[in-house]
Design a protein around this ligand. Structure first.
Ligand SMILES: Cc1cc2nc3c(=O)[nH]c(=O)nc-3n(C[C@H](O)[C@H](O)[C@H](O)COP(=O)(O)O)c2cc1C
Length: 366
């Protein structure tokens, strides 16, 4: 069975990955990020995931644009695949497909996209674009992905959709093709029922917010069942904020301090925005449906995955997630440079050792 893969959140917005006044030795600028990307590919990371944000919200006062920043990181590295986050609704899929094909050639086939349906109404309003109701956002995202895949793989592609229209369009050049890679990989964010169905129908990868073991199993069942009914399979990526320290007490103390020093007005503001964004999901399964204040201090519920402790404890948990069916861990850190290096030196070798000695995957029935 293949090894579990690792991605990291690109800190391309200011303020780090936690909404806290704790000291974070992480910088959102390019020089820091270029060094980080090289460090990451030398410390076992397969992917980097950029964030898309057009204006300040829960903090994140400054933001670098995701596709251009991702391309810069691709050009600064040799093996790292970089996933650029994009909002349907703010991009035409044909324009993104064109950008993606060029980025893919410039990077010898390492470009990928994360299609995010959006939670931040203020951003769309400020840019003068309509803010669709929750499930409509997913209908649009699905059409966007169908268009992207069609343009990347077919000549004379046409689509007469509700959101996009494409007529007899042939993209030249197409992106780089490999034996197991018909086009750049398509990831998606979102955990609601609409998100799960969309993953089953069209996405290559499904990203989950931070979750404990039960939370992961519940989603895996649903997403795999949804994909199986379409005769497809979808790979599963899980977010986690990783705090590995030489002792468990140090790691726990770091978490305690992050939460104790949370920037309360920003966390509460974020909660209001995401509650509003998920309101139209009737079954309450949206990504932040049951997040506590502490969870939201890492805005993708990263503490819930509990990758907090010694390298041994963290490695054991990662391998347990893998056994449940997780294919990729998406990680965030407090002090990126130091901690990515610590991860590669102290945690990753233990993960690989444990994987080699426990190859079986627990079956999650669908
Ligand atoms: C791994 C991951 C990355 C995401 N990145 C972004 C992002 O960069 N920008 C953004 O506006 N939303 C991002 N989102 C949030 C989605 O746009 C969406 O609002 C969220 O997943 C809630 O969807 P749901 O209500 O369907 O669960 C991300 C979600 C996940 C899981």
């Amino acid at each position: 069975m293949s090894e579990i893969k690792f991605a990291y959140w690109v800190p391309n917005v200011s303020g780090g990955l936690v909404t806290s006044t704790i000291d974070q030795r992480t910088d959102w600028g390019y020089d820091y990020n270029r060094e980080l990307a090289v460090l990451a590919e030398n410390n076992g990371f397969d992917y980097a995931l950029s964030q898309v944000r057009y204006m300040a919200s829960y903090g994140a006062e400054y933001q670098h644009e995701s596709t251009s920043f991702s391309l810069a990181l691709l050009l600064a590295t040799e093996r790292l695949k970089v996933i650029a986050a994009v909002h349907p609704g703010l991009w035409h899929p044909g324009v993104l497909a064109k950008l993606g094909a060029t980025a893919d050639h410039l990077s010898h086939g390492r470009f990928a996209v994360n299609v995010v349906s959006g939670w931040f109404k203020g951003e769309f309003t400020a840019l003068g674009e309509p803010w669709l109701e929750h499930d409509e956002r997913y209908r649009r995202s699905e059409e966007f992905i169908r268009a992207l895949r069609g343009i990347w793989t077919e000549d004379g592609f046409s689509l007469g959709g509700d959101f996009y229209r494409i007529r007899d369009f042939s993209l030249k050049p197409k992106p780089v093709r490999g034996p197991d890679r018909p086009h750049p990989e398509i990831f998606q964010g979102g955990n609601s029922t609409a998100a799960r169905r969309m993953a089953g129908r069209v996405s290559d990868w499904y990203f989950s917010n931070g979750k404990d073991f039960d939370g992961v199993v519940e989603q895996l069942r649903d997403v795999h069942a949804s994909a199986a009914s379409e005769g497809r399979s979808v790979r599963f990526g899980l977010n986690g904020f990783l705090i590995a320290r030489d002792t468990e007490a140090e790691a726990r103390e770091t978490l305690r301090e992050i939460v104790a020093r949370a920037h309360r007005p920003s966390v509460e503001g974020f909660r209001d925005a995401v509650t509003q964004a998920g309101k139209s999901t009737s079954d309450g399964k949206g990504m932040w449906a049951d997040s506590s204040f502490e969870d939201l201090v890492q805005y993708n519920d990263g503490f819930r995955t509990q990758l907090i402790g010694t390298p041994e404890q963290v490695a054991e948990r990662i391998v347990r997630y893998k056994a449940l069916g997780v294919d990729l861990m998406l990680l965030g850190f407090l002090h990126y440079h130091e901690e990515v290096e610590y991860f590669g030196r102290r945690v990753l070798p233990l993960v690989r050792e444990l994987e080699a000695s426990s190859p079986a995957r627990e079956s999650v029935s669908v």
